[in-house]
Design a protein around this ligand. Structure first.
Ligand SMILES: C[S@@+](CC[C@H](N)C(=O)[O-])C[C@H]1O[C@@H](n2cnc3c(N)ncnc32)[C@H](O)[C@@H]1O
Length: 479
């Protein structure tokens, strides 16, 4: 293919930002932009992210060929390459820019690009492998899997999609494994402790949540310092006496499953040596398995089970949380960690491949083929029949991702029987169930083919002489 010779006006691609960019916000939320790490914003444009990160206490520098070309560029812990690749019209220079950003990275490179689903927003003539807009700027929009594969190919690193259009390439394996652990099994907060008694209570609480005692390296410094005043045997005895054995047993079972889930996710993204695992996971493996090898073998089998339709289907039918339809399991975000481990793995694999969107309420896991959608119902809690705002779907077989927005739709799909998407012990379930029962008594579910969208549902409410007042069904004033 002939390379285009024209140079686009790249300077014009840098817009002034009112708030932190999506990728920087994501990296912040993922605890990758900590105050002890140095950060380089490579291709920082007008430098608005640099300013905000500086205010947040980060040691950050920005460099841009047009706006800050004389700034110093040094190897940094975290390098941000934010919406730069998509504006470079020359594919060779694009690859060189990514390679240069990687050279400057010692721990993590965060690469973001605009995605193909924004196609409708970018108008222009075809040019090379992208579009030339009326402002003389170039845009190559990426498919979600294309961005991840491209970064993998140029850096040679294992890449994780942090969000749609945002990928992380780790140079430091321990940092990658620790990030995966944080995603799969987020750390619970430690109870506050001011004296030895409260420090012991904090350890008891950990023991009841994790099913094992913490190692000293896992404790917050204050707890470790307070407990250092006691003899180790004494701490063990106090914890054993203070903990509820039933809760600790249940937690040990859950931790075993969480460890398997983690190791299977790790296998999907690339397994590392035991010594690179975060300390807490090393300890989980030692406590709940006979060896790392045994744990890995069981995790490998779990990942393998994901390919088995019958197994996945049975797991969906056996799930205590979520609703199984003829095509998929739908589960609310609040209940996601209550579904069987193989299904949690299913959702994690999709999110690592294409990124979970920032806003979502419900996950939909298909049982024929392998595809996960994250559906956004922003008013799920307040609206008795929440309306969908958007959906982001990733097909695990083709790794294609697609996005659908319902914002301009006049007749959006909506949900019924909300309690079915939650775990049975969710505090909102009784209220939602009462509403469903009164809707059934009023005859509102007699014509199921009509009620799936706003207009049909409204017409059925009128036909049955009912209206909704919050989560209560009442007679219509005009009936
Ligand atoms: C869409 S702007 C993004 C700016 C900034 N990162 C942000 O998100 O606000 C693209 C930026 O890429 C910069 N850029 C273009 N070619 C580059 C290259 N080869 N190396 C580094 N930056 C480049 C441009 O100067 C421009 O500031």
């Amino acid at each position: 293919m002939m390379r285009p010779t024209w140079n686009s006006d790249r300077r014009r691609t840098a817009i002034g930002r009112m708030a932190l960019s999506v990728p920087a916000r994501q990296a912040l939320a993922d605890r990758q932009l900590t105050v002890d790490r140095t950060v380089l914003d490579y291709g920082c444009g007008r430098g608005d992210d640099v300013k905000v990160l500086e205010r947040l206490g980060c040691q950050v520098q920005g460099w841009d060929p047009y706006y800050r070309s004389d700034a110093e560029v040094e190897v940094s812990d975290v390098v941000l390459l934010t919406y730069v690749l998509n504006v470079i019209e020359d594919p060779v220079e694009r690859g060189q820019t990514l390679a240069r950003a990687w050279e400057l990275t010692s721990t993590l490179l965060v690469v973001s690009a605009r995605l193909t689903w924004e196609q409708a927003k970018v108008r222009g003539q075809e040019f090379g492998d992208g579009l030339l807009t009326s402002r003389q700027t170039f845009q190559h929009l990426y498919a979600a899997s294309e961005l991840r594969e491209y970064v993998e190919q140029v850096t040679g690193a294992r890449v994780v999609a942090a969000a749609p259009g945002v990928v992380y390439a780790f140079r430091d394996e321990a940092a990658r494994l620790s990030y995966l652990a944080q995603r799969v099994i987020p750390d619970a907060d430690w109870l506050a402790s001011e004296d030895t008694a409260s420090a012991v209570s904090a350890v008891v609480d950990f023991f009841e949540r994790r099913g094992r005692a913490p190692r000293i390296e896992e404790m917050p410094r204050t707890v470790a310092e307070l407990l250092a005043q006691l003899r180790p045997g004494e701490v063990k005895r106090l914890v054993r006496e203070g903990a509820d054995p039933k809760r600790a047993d249940a937690a040990a079972k859950q931790s075993t499953l969480n460890t398997l889930l983690y190791l299977a996710v790790e296998l999907f993204n690339g397994r590392g040596p035991f010594g690179n695992l975060p300390v807490g996971l090393q300890q989980d493996v030692r406590t709940f398995f006979s060896s790392y090898k045994e744990a890995c073998q069981r995790a490998d089998r779990l990942l393998f089970k994901l390919r088995d339709d019958g197994y996945v289907r049975n797991a969906m039918n056996a799930s205590v949380a979520g609703k199984v339809t003829p095509t998929a399991l739908y589960v609310h975000r609040r209940a996601l960690d209550r579904i069987p481990t193989v299904l949690r793995l299913y959702e994690h694999c999709a999110s690592i491949a294409a990124g979970r969107p920032e806003q979502w309420t419900m996950a939909k896991l298909k049982h024929q083929g392998r595809a996960v959608s994250w559906l956004d119902y922003p008013d799920f809690n307040e609206d008795p029949h929440p309306r969908i705002k958007s959906s982001y779907m990733v097909d695990l077989q083709t790794l294609q991702a697609s996005h659908l927005s319902y914002e301009s739709s006049a007749n959006r799909p909506l949900l019924h029987r909300k309690h079915e998407f939650l775990a049975p012990d969710d505090p909102d379930v009784p209220r939602y169930r009462r509403l469903t029962e009164s809707e059934m008594r009023a005859g509102l579910y007699e014509r199921p083919h009509l009620i799936g969208t706003e207009n049909g549902w409204e017409a059925e409410l009128v036909r049955c002489g009912r209206q909704l007042r919050g989560h209560r069904l009442v007679r219509r004033a005009d009936a």
